[in-house]
Design a protein around this ligand. Structure first.
Ligand code: FAD
Ligand code: SF4
Length: 234
């Protein structure tokens, strides 16, 4: 059984408190929402943050609202189950609910959040392995090693983003709102969040907090999500 490394677990009760803790502990700390991506990555020692700041108690990050323009404001802590079932989402942007419903299994959708989904780490077959497995091949350049096993002569990492919601959010023009631990807020087009690099794959700063996602009014647009995969289950 793989165990988590030791770390300090902090549970702020407000966004302001979470940002203050992030400022205090610096970029080696890490947020956790549902933990379905972070905990396995820590068990595999791909990440070993000394401090983990839980977002679970931040009621401000929950909920789905209709905006004045007729779009949607989705809190980052909204679970994938809530997103798939929400009448406001199914009416305005059914493609977002469709993609959420196709993610993994019900237990994972009950824990996993939309914020975490948009911010999951990149992966490949050589990287998505236990510490012992990766050590046996002398690791790779994404963590602890020097070369890329996918393309050994490549100067870069080719690990990919596997979020089902990321392509949907980019396609429909969603905007993401982040708050910085050093003060200030910024809004980013979803497709400006992602970079074509397996290691530096996000333009987000390490402890910027994703607070919510704004979907535009549908204005007659119709979109569907079809997931191509080898298995029908997950
Ligand atoms: C068996 C299995 C199957 C999976 N299948 C799929 C699949 O089919 N499709 C798919 O898209 N994904 C899949 N995933 C990936 C992932 O678990 C889900 O996408 C899930 O939505 C991640 O959300 P989370 O809240 O659990 O993220 P977490 O694990 O809590 O966080 C993920 C990352 O985001 C950061 N983070 C989370 N929330 C915030 C925030 N508000 N602000 C700033 N940083 C934040 C964390 O620090 C961490 O780096 C799978 C995972 C597993 C283990
Ligand atoms: S460098 Fe990137 S693509 Fe290459 S093996 Fe490692 S994680 Fe995979």
């Amino acid at each position: 059984m793989m165990r988590l490394p030791p770390f300090t677990y902090l549970q702020p009760a407000s966004v302001d408190e979470a940002l203050a803790l992030a400022r205090q502990h610096g970029p080696e700390a890490c947020y956790v929402a549902g933990g379905t991506d972070l905990w396995p990555n820590m068990k595999r020692r791909q990440l070993s943050p000394p401090v983990v700041i839980s977002l679970a108690r931040l009621a401000e990050l929950r909920g789905i609202e209709i905006t004045e323009e007729g779009g949607l404001r989705i809190g980052a802590l909204t679970t994938l189950t809530e997103l798939a079932a929400a009448p406001a989402v199914r009416e305005r942007w059914p493609v977002v609910a469709e993609a959420a419903a196709l993610i993994s299994t019900p237990p994972l959708r009950n824990m996993g959040t939309i914020g975490g989904n948009l911010l999951i780490d990149t992966r490949c077959t050589y990287y998505d392995q236990s510490y012992a497995w990766r050590k046996a091949i002398d690791f790779c350049m994404k963590k602890d090693g020097k070369i890329c096993w996918v393309a050994p002569s490549s100067p870069r990492c080719w690990a990919v983003q596997s979020s089902d919601e990321a392509p949907v959010m980019c396609a429909i023009g969603a905007r993401l709102t982040f708050r910085s631990p050093h003060g200030g807020e910024r809004e980013l087009e979803a497709d400006a969040l992602y970079r074509d690099d397996g290691i530096a794959h996000l333009t987000k700063q390490p402890l910027e907090l994703l607070t919510h996602i704004t979907l535009p009014p549908p204005r007659g647009w119709r979109a569907h999500y079809i997931k191509l995969r080898r298995r029908g289950s997950f």
